[in-house]
Write a new protein. Structure first.
Lengths: 284, 203
């Protein structure tokens, strides 16, 4: 069996794929890679179908070791990479020799990097997916030092690509928003307040969501919202008036009103926001 | 009924009560709309997820309005019986708050027939409607950090069976040995929207 060994997981690393769509009615959210664009690119670079499982590393620090030849690629938050004794680049296939360790340094900006291996991480699927859902506690446990992950057999030829250019992450993220279903629960100026000034990403940021600190969104209806479905990118506003931006592991239903929703294309960017960083919202 | 957009690929339908949610969900499941790929019920809402390449919000809204007129009595879903040992930590408090005796709380809770209105909070956690109105109580002021799997509980207009050990703020009436969620079972859940549930006193 081909495999890789996790030498160091870094701050927090999990196995992810494209998640478990279509199970919300039994209380199971989609989960999957937080930055799906970067995740898909990593798979394409090693000739995998886009849904093969890969490793999502948070703030770098991940080291894995291979006993055999392998091909890997790292995408997402840009970091220094070493492959055995050599330096390697982001967004490019990396040939790994037997015994080599692949190490990801701390990214200069961005939060989540993806390490895909040709053949995919082949842990047993749960409800059709290998993703770790941190909210529902489904799928493989978070990676720890010494854990060994099976690697699957490649199903497609390695593509003849050297490098996939990637735009740099801006210091201030700008996310486009659409009006949400409960905008009417807020003061008339709520959307203006949301767009008026930057919101800072607090330390309470994980795969479930990002708690923001910035202009307060004033509610005019104060009754309790009966639980209703939430979606990826929803900005849910608890009584504090500071929104929580839902990411991949968001709860299936929520009890706070949603005045605005980040457009789907920009959720990947949101998943790269680091604590302390500023987010600005804009009209689409 | 009101239908509003929720992001680029979903419509949220506002309804008057849990029965309408169950009814519309059943109607849309029985004859699915083209381009609609998922229905997610809430307490008073139904989220209709669609593929914008195959349909549009306006078409979904129009189709949902059409279905509403056809929303009749709900067809019967699958039925399960949940055996309960009524020895929960909050039984006495529930009796006091509702002005009933403990045996009367047990009698009323186990006499009703429930329907899963929607799932949320955790995988397999079904919100069961049909609770006797005398047992409608607000959630506990201080949630517990650890509620054991199999706990049978009530809060607001709902009853539920905790599928996993988790934090929880509902009033605990008892416990069942029945695993409403088992990841090694196919399917893992016993409860999904529309499932009928009866609680039976374990002797």
């Amino acid at each position: 069996m081909r495999k890789l060994e996790v030498v160091r997981p870094g701050l927090f690393a999990t196995v992810q794929d494209l998640g478990r769509p279509g199970l919300a009615s039994i209380g199971v959210g989609r989960s999957g890679a937080a930055d799906r664009r970067a995740f898909r690119l990593a798979n394409r670079l090693v000739g995998n179908p886009e849904g093969h499982a890969a490793i999502e590393a948070t703030l770098g620090g991940l080291t894995v070791r291979f006993a055999e030849h392998a091909v890997v690629a790292v995408t997402g938050a840009p970091c220094a990479i070493t492959a055995g004794p050599r330096a390697a680049g982001m967004c490019a296939p990396i040939a790994v020799r037997p015994g080599d360790e692949i190490s990801l340094g701390a990214p200069g900006n961005g939060l989540r990097s993806y390490l895909a291996v040709r053949g995919g991480v082949d842990v047993p699927p749960v409800l059709g997916s290998r993703a770790t859902d941190t909210m529902a506690c489904l799928g493989p446990a978070a990676l720890t030092a010494g854990c060994v992950l099976p690697v699957g057999t490649p199903v497609r030829p390695q593509p003849p690509v050297d490098l996939a250019p990637q735009r740099a992450f801006p210091d201030e993220l700008v996310l486009r928003v659409l009006p949400g279903p409960r905008l009417g629960w807020f003061a008339d100026d709520a959307l203006d307040a949301l767009l008026s000034a930057p919101h800072r990403v607090t330390a309470e940021a994980n795969r479930v969501g990002i708690r923001l600190d910035g202009p307060v969104l004033r509610r005019t209806r104060h009754d309790e919202l009966p639980p209703e479905a939430g979606i990826l990118g929803a900005l849910q506003v608890p009584p504090s008036g500071h929104p929580i931006l839902f990411l991949a592991d968001h709860p299936v239903t929520g009890g706070y009103p949603v005045p605005a929703v980040v457009v789907e294309d920009d959720v990947d960017l949101a998943a790269q926001a680091r604590p302390g960083q500023a987010i600005r919202f804009s009209a689409p | 009924m009101q239908v509003v957009p929720y992001g680029e690929r979903a419509a949220l339908v506002d309804l008057d009560d849990a029965g309408e949610v169950v009814g519309l969900r059943a109607a849309l499941s029985a004859s699915p709309l083209s381009g609609v790929d998922e229905l997610v019920a809430g307490a008073r809402t139904l989220l209709v997820r669609f593929d914008p390449a195959r349909t549009s919000f306006d078409r979904v809204r129009a189709a949902v309005h059409d279905r509403e007129s056809g929303t009749g009595p709900t067809p019967g879903g699958p039925s399960i019986v949940v055996p309960v040992s009524y020895d929960g930590a909050d039984l006495a408090a529930v009796a006091e708050a509702s002005g009933l005796s403990v045996p009367e709380v047990v009698r009323r809770h186990s006499a009703a027939t429930y329907t899963v209105a929607f799932c949320g909070f955790a995988p397999g956690y079904g919100y069961l409607t049909g609770l006797d109105p005398r047992l409608h109580l607000p959630r506990r002021a201080a949630p517990r950090t650890r509620v054991p799997a199999g706990s049978v509980a009530i809060a607001g207009e709902y009853s539920a069976v905790y599928p996993h050990q988790s934090p929880g703020g509902w009033h605990l009436l008892g416990r069942t040995p029945l695993a409403v969620w088992d990841a090694d079972r196919e399917p893992p859940n016993l409860l999904s929207p529309g499932t009928r549930v009866e609680f039976r006193v374990r002797s």
